[in-house]
Design a protein around this ligand. Structure first.
Ligand code: AMP
Length: 143
């Protein structure tokens, strides 16, 4: 039976993140695997169709900085080495797919809200990750 050597846990930096991190850490320790901790900062312009006649660089830099600080706190708390604490900018699903390839990850761990009906149609990050990656995906149900 093959096992897992490199795991990637993606967190959204909300108060729900520890629910995902606690399980990811336990699973990673049980397998003796390497753990990558990732947060993807979405470009500020995205929410408005990327069409705002304003320079958003400073705001984006502030968001990146805040995300790095928060991710580092979690990383240090959960014993993830600095080299494995990753903050990138883009669409969460696409960035996670890219990192899976680049780092040779064999298990991705994400949170899932278990959406139903219309919300499900709108899609979720867990769905997006599952449908574009070659490796296994573990969805941790968020309560
Ligand atoms: P959502 O589908 O947005 O409710 O998010 C569900 C899960 O997807 C979260 O618990 C995270 O594991 C992951 N996720 C969502 N947004 C991000 C993000 N910006 N960066 C990294 N992971 C994320």
């Amino acid at each position: 039976m093959s096992t897992y050597n490199k795991m990637l846990v993606a967190i959204d930096l909300t108060e729900e993140a520890p629910q995902v991190l606690n399980k990811a850490k336990a699973i990673c320790d049980a397998y003796g695997a390497e753990l990558f901790l990732v947060h993807v900062v979405e470009p500020v312009g995205y929410a408005y169709g990327g069409d705002i006649p304003m320079d958003l660089t400073e705001l984006q830099d502030q968001l990146d900085k805040a995300a790095r600080e928060q991710l580092a706190k979690y990383g240090d708390q959960y014993g993830v080495p600095k080299s494995h604490q990753i903050v990138t900018v883009g669409r969460p699903e696409s960035e996670i797919h890219r990192l899976v390839k680049d780092q040779g990850v064999d298990l991705v761990i994400v949170g899932s809200h278990g959406r139903k009906g219309f919300q499900l149609l709108l899609g979720s990050t867990a769905n997006g990750v599952l449908h574009g990656t070659q490796c296994d995906v573990l969805a941790i149900r968020i309560h």
